[in-house]
Design a protein around this ligand. Structure first.
Ligand code: HPA
Length: 235
């Protein structure tokens, strides 16, 4: 398939080699407007806003993924495969299963478990373990250290359900999984399939162990800002 693709109308040269990928299109606009120099809207198909500009002089695109593995599966595949993107860094939110991970803390998802079937398409004769790019993990951890934010590196659970009738998400904590979101496993599979790099960084937005824990709107905004600065530091 040539560009433009089924879901992205940008010209090839309008997409940078590194893409930051929040789930929410409004957040991609926020990042572009607050951090990028000379941001230009390069995609708006289905309102999935993509902006390209520079950060401290380095080209970067910020484009939303939408929610869930099918959605990030589409955008990450088209960017890796048809736009020659080298690295996608998801900047998302997650629920925490871990006693030391509270609302506003950061999870660096080294690996991603899932209850979804995204990886079945690759026909592996066993269970594929979706993992992040090690260099991106290491550098993200260093940036979190330098910022002094509370963070953990480990496994995340990419669920296909936000509302899970079985209520089994928390079972993953028994295997040391840190929290739940809905996209990383598919992103890591597509990076592996196309020979590219990916990382997911999440800010904890809700706490399964302490549901009454909450943050003010301002605190949440600031913590997302920490995560965005860590991700931009990787560009
Ligand atoms: N479940 C799934 N995805 C999420 C959650 C959650 O509790 N919080 C943020 N993303």
């Amino acid at each position: 398939m040539a560009v433009p693709t089924a879901h992205i109308t940008a010209k090839k040269e309008e997409i940078a080699k590194t893409v930051l990928m929040p789930g929410d299109p409004k957040r991609s606009a926020f990042i572009a407007k607050n951090y990028l120099e000379n941001p230009v809207l390069v995609n708006d198909v289905r309102g999935v806003q993509g902006y390209t500009g520079t950060y401290k002089g380095k080209p970067v695109t910020v484009m939303a993924s939408g929610m869930g593995q099918p959605s990030i599966g589409i955008y990450s595949y088209e960017l890796f495969k048809f736009y020659d993107v080298d690295a996608i860094i998801r900047v998302g939110s997650c629920g925490s299963f871990h006693p030391d991970l509270h609302v506003r803390d950061i999870v660096i998802a080294m690996g991603a478990c899932t209850n979804g079937s995204f990886a079945n398409q690759f026909g592996m004769p066993g269970t594929f373990a979706p993992i992040a790019d090690f260099d991106l993990v290491r550098r993200a951890a260093e940036l979190c250290e330098a910022k002094g934010v509370n963070y953990k590196v480990g496994n995340i659970f990419s669920s296909d359900m936000f509302y899970n009738a079985a209520g089994t998400d928390i079972e993953w904590a028994k295997m040391g999984v840190l929290g739940v979101e809905m996209e990383s496993a598919a992103l890591y599979c597509n990076a592996a399939w196309t020979g590219k790099k990916a990382l997911c960084i999440c800010t904890v937005s809700d706490n399964f162990l302490c549901p009454e824990e909450n943050a003010t709107v301002e605190e949440r905004q600031n913590s997302f800002t920490d995560m965005m600065e860590v991700a931009l530091g990787l560009v």
